[in-house]
Design a protein around this ligand. Structure first.
Ligand code: UD1
Ligand code: MG
Length: 422
């Protein structure tokens, strides 16, 4: 995390404390910080926008099994409850975080009074905890004790939980970049150890004459692939960040696409195992989406809270476990197209071929309120250079539209390649 100071370690040149987030010194009575209310309208619009296609497909378009629909409804009811619980507890936790001096300054507002407000950090912690509670309790309603899915379901939750812990460690200790890369490797261990699914990949039809095989057994190498996927997805979300609403916004868009993909696969497949894998994925993604929407209401421009690496790592791991256990990691990578592009543009700076500042963010002009792209190699700056200067909110909306377009492209590609590719 960039800007967080213990009482004894306040850096020179820090902005003076802002009244909204004052923290008491020993001889000064505690002044409770006042947080602005969340943007509920935005959360409602986003909920309709991102959940309507999934609901239509699951309850109108495809003639899904009545039991499956009942389970989805139970999961949806718990996820809705999770939304309200997260909404209630984010401000409570935010006050605790401020008291413990866990805050950051909004870099894209530097030079304005809002740039001097201490914005509580690492509020992904609340979402992570609420999500885990829902996912753990949901087993009681759905899986039976002898369900073969139960081992992997709990291993997935253990990995997500481990990732939340390590993400929070990163937020508190501000670990160096190379250590950040290792954290998801550790967190993915429960999933890797419990994974008992297939370890082979189907060779795309156009390549079979050259490879001479239709199925390639990867054995232990498959687990290395899973590990690399976990490292990539978590870190790629974390580095596509720095604009109010972008961290949560991108994962909300991807989750909505994952839900649509799941229900489409359930509706169009006759294979029971494929259907169960995608069903499994729905139960893990639905509460993730709703609890993230609660965080979005606080993180949307102008951010009342920051999500922290706790959230970016948690989100990446939650999506990786559903991609792996739902057997659609290739499709997941296509949903991650902006993150892949952002990573590729970032390679020279990440591996220090060119200098990499602590924050690769645009330049903010307090006079005009607009952002200007810098030479840093990431999508945030490239978008500004390509499409011109704009406000932080407009930039976030542009990047989220791009994310949604990439997901639509992925659906189109899957549709076009079905039967020809695999
Ligand atoms: C990653 C990026 C870094 C980017 C940062 C923003 C790389 C290698 N690292 O670092 O370039 O600046 O994310 O999250 O690409 N912040 C804002 N506005 C926001 C969100 C965050 O100003 O909307 C600032 C705040 O000061 C906050 C800090 O970023 O305290 C959090 O940074 P952190 O998530 O710790 O940075 P990294 O993940 O290490
Ligand atoms: Mg981060």
């Amino acid at each position: 995390m960039a800007v967080r100071h213990r009482p004894a370690a306040a850096a020179p040149g820090d902005p003076p404390p802002a009244s909204t987030a004052a923290v008491a010194t020993p001889d000064e009575p505690a002044k409770e910080p006042v947080l602005r209310p969340p943007n509920l309208r935005l959360a409602a619009v986003a909920a309709v926008l991102f959940l309507a296609p999934f609901s239509y497909l699951a309850f109108v378009h495809y003639p899904l099994d009545a039991d499956l629909r009942r389970s989805i409804l139970k999961c949806a009811a718990m996820s809705l409850a999770g939304f309200f619980v997260a909404l209630k507890f984010i401000p409570v936790a935010a006050r605790y975080h401020l008291r413990r001096r866990m805050f950051g300054y909004d870099i894209n507002k530097k030079g304005l009074p809002t740039g001097e407000i201490k914005v509580p950090e690492a509020l992904g912690l609340v979402v992570g905890i609420v999500y885990l509670v829902i996912a753990i309790i949901f087993q009681q309603f759905h899986y039976t004790e002898d369900s073969i899915w139960l081992v992997e379901y709990n291993a997935a939750l253990a990995s997500v939980c481990f990732m939340i812990l390590l993400g929070f460690v990163d937020d508190v200790l501000d670990v160096p970049w190379r250590v950040k890369l290792v954290l998801p490797t550790i967190a993915a261990l429960p999933l890797l150890m419990a994974y008992a699914g297939g370890t082979s990949i189907i060779i795309p039809k156009p390549l079979t004459p050259y490879v001479g095989l239709t199925v390639l057994e990867l054995g232990s190498f498959y687990k290395i692939f899973m590990l690399l996927l976990a490292v990539f997805c978590t870190n790629s979300i974390n580095i596509h960040a720095g604009i109010n609403g972008l961290e949560v916004g991108q994962t909300v868009v991807i989750s909505a696409a994952v839900l649509i993909h799941n229900v489409m696969r359930i509706g169009s497949s006759t294979d029971i195992e494929t259907q169960q894998a995608h069903e499994f994925s729905i139960y893990l993604v639905l509460p993730f989406l709703t609890t993230s929407l609660a965080l979005l209401a606080f993180n949307w421009y102008p951010s009342i809270v920051f999500v922290g690496d706790t959230y970016t790592y948690f989100a990446g791991m939650a999506l990786v476990v559903v991609g792996i256990l739902g057997h659609f990691s290739e499709t997941l990578l296509l949903f991650f197209l902006p993150q892949v592009l952002n990573f590729l543009c970032s390679v020279p700076q990440l591996f220090h071929f060119v200098p990499c500042p602590r924050h690769r963010l645009p330049r903010f002009d307090p006079q005009t309120g607009l952002l200007t792209g810098t030479k840093d190699g990431n999508l945030v700056n490239i978008f500004l250079r390509l499409f011109g200067n704009c406000s932080e909110k407009a930039l976030c909306i542009r990047l989220l539209i791009f994310q949604a377009l990439c997901c639509i492209f992925c659906f189109w590609l899957r549709y076009m390649l079905t039967g020809w590719y695999k």
